[in-house]
Design a protein around this ligand. Structure first.
Ligand code: G4P
Length: 288
């Protein structure tokens, strides 16, 4: 999905989420495990305020397992509740409802003390485009999902999905914008596929990616494309471009006259990254 964000859209998106917050008990903030900070909305703390929040590190299957653990520690060091999941296969998803119970423990205990039967917790999923919101809704809904119809106070047309556990979800997630103005963030989002390629030059994205891979995943890069003697670092775009050229030559990405087609070579590299063929790769490391 490509969404054009303008200040007006951002204000509207923020307001829509704030309206929904009144209806729910807990927010699921979905971020991409490969780029946990780049895939966060810059105003998320302000938007969510004091509402209980569970951060879900989605696409954990595509990210470096060691780095996932580091990110979990990092977020916890700020007192955040966080869980790594893979919404595609369901890894970690079953743990969500237990985490919600912990987050809402005091509220649930108060209800019980008043002799009330605790009702299912109501949740809203928020996140930037392509982070996996719909996939998670479908995963949580499963086959047993029932849409429970409009409730008082719910914007007309909004529905609750009962997930089978002690959880009800608003059927429309909150779509948030990323931090566009930072070029580093732009590269990371383009590389992971959150921003469509038309927005940035695909060969530039590939060169920035190669610089990161050469420094952090050199062995993987050498092995995947049969590159020998890759330098430990690619200090500039020109050095990265020569590696991209080599990958293009090896993969038969040729234009007329036997020259390498850089865009095709970049497409190969990015597809390999996004599909996991390059292995589990994280593009951000926490600064501790
Ligand atoms: P959104 O609602 O937040 O916009 O995201 P959506 O669920 O549509 O998911 C975007 C893409 O990410 C989908 O791929 C989906 O299958 C994939 N995805 C979601 N969660 C996970 C996960 O935990 N692991 C992995 N590996 N993939 C996940 P797609 O249909 O191929 O879309 P696209 O990549 O072609 O845009």
């Amino acid at each position: 999905m490509t969404i054009q964000w303008f200040p007006g859209h951002m204000t509207r998106a923020k307001r829509q989420i704030e309206d929904k917050l009144k209806l729910i008990d807990v927010v699921f903030e979905l971020i991409d495990a490969r780029v946990p900070l780049a895939s966060r909305n810059p105003m998320i703390d302000e938007i969510v305020g004091a509402k209980p929040r569970l951060i879900l590190l989605n696409k954990a299957d595509l990210a470096d397992a060691e780095m996932n653990a580091k990110w979990i520690d990092w977020f916890r060091s700020f007192g955040r509740e966080i869980l790594a999941i893979d919404a595609n296969t369901g890894m970690g998803v079953k743990e969500i409802s237990g985490r919600v119970k912990l987050l809402l423990r005091e509220k649930i205990e108060r209800q019980i003390a008043k002799g009330m039967k605790p009702r299912p917790a109501r949740a809203l999923i928020v996140g930037i485009p392509n982070v996996g919101k719909s996939t998670l809704i479908n995963r949580l809904a499963g086959r047993s999902a029932t849409i429970t119809g409009d409730r008082p106070g719910v914007t007309k047309g909004q529905q609750w999905i009962r997930t089978g556990g002690d959880l009800e979800l608003l059927d429309t997630p909150g779509i948030l914008w990323p931090k566009f103005e930072d070029p580093e963030v732009g590269f990371k989002l383009a590389a992971t596929g959150a921003i469509k390629e038309e927005v940035l030059h695909i060969d530039e994205v590939a060169c920035s990616l190669l610089q990161w891979l050469a420094a952090e995943y050199r062995g993987t890069l050498e092995e995947r494309y049969g590159l020998a003697d890759l330098p430990a670092e690619l200090p500039d775009i020109a050095s990265a471009a020569s590696v991209l050229e080599e990958i293009g030559r090896r993969r038969g990405c040729l234009a007329g006259g036997g020259h390498v087609d850089y865009e095709k070579a970049a497409g190969v590299l990015l597809r390999d990254l996004r599909s996991g063929k390059l292995g589990r790769i994280s593009l951000e490391a926490p600064v501790i």
